[in-house]
Design a protein around this ligand. Structure first.
Ligand code: PXP
Length: 239
């Protein structure tokens, strides 16, 4: 089974916004990402618009050759924006104003009526639906009941364990069990958050996981890898 890679380009916008100018441009980067073999572009339109802005979403989704996976909070204002821009995929994520990044999965139990209603809207509009959840069998069962077509398992905990050289076997077993169960009940399984090369190699062994969404590490690694090329260009200009 071919695994899909979605690249989250939020932090290209973070870098651009640091200067309030146009460079680096998320749209240009999205084209490079797809040319390099990735399958989709993920962006999270946050309530505070700290990275991706409405205009970025508009520009990205106006090119119908770009499969855009839009992450949004379970909020009707966001649903309206999503419907206007028509991304290929939607992933509902929890959102806290003061968090640095998405810290965990959705609280499905608490928000089930709202989430069910939002999933119905996107399913009706032929936009693939996904819920960002913790690796929990209960949440997977509920995701199916609420009408989601996919789930994305939050891999933050195992990623941290792997990076810190801690024992991750319990978390890996849990994720594996969840992926098998989700696939068996007809959900497509995705995974993401905090992943790097090592985490990806480990989780890629779970064959039920069809798609990985990776952001921060790819952007950071791209800077580290490409800086010598760019510096050489400047040295050539100057000497
Ligand atoms: N998947 C989801 C649902 C996310 O919200 C994020 C970003 O928080 C990612 C994947 C990518 O995480 P990271 O940037 O840590 O790779």
């Amino acid at each position: 089974m071919k695994k899909r890679l979605g690249v989250n380009i939020d932090h290209v916008a973070t870098l651009r916004n640091a200067r309030g100018e146009k460079h680096p441009d998320p749209y240009t980067v999205a084209l490079y990402v797809l040319k390099a073999g990735a399958d989709s572009i993920t962006v999270h339109l946050r309530e505070d618009r700290r990275h991706i802005k409405d205009m970025d979403l508009k520009i990205l989704t106006s090119n119908k050759l770009i499969p855009v996976n839009l992450e949004i909070a379970s909020d009707l204002k966001m649903v309206k924006i999503a419907l206007k821009n028509k991304p290929s995929f939607i992933c509902l994520v929890p959102e806290k104003r003061n968090e640095i990044t998405t810290e965990g999965g959705l609280n499905l139990k608490k928000n089930k009526n709202k989430i069910k209603k939002i999933l119905e809207i996107f399913n009706r509009n032929n936009i693939r639906t996904s819920l960002f959840i913790n690796p929990s069998l209960q949440d997977i069962k509920l995701s199916k009941t609420l009408g989601s077509k996919c789930i994305e398992i939050h891999t933050g905990k195992i990623s941290n364990q792997i990076k810190q050289n801690k024992n991750y076997s319990r978390e890996l077993t849990k994720i594996k069990k969840c992926a098998i169960y989700a696939k068996n009940i007809g959900l497509e399984v995705h995974a993401g958050h905090g992943m790097d090369y090592k985490t990806t190699k480990i989780l890629n062994k779970i064959k039920q996981i069809k798609e990985f969404n990776i952001g921060h590490f790819i952007i950071g690694e791209s800077v580290s890898h490409s800086i010598s090329k760019v510096v050489k260009k400047f040295v050539k200009i100057l000497r």
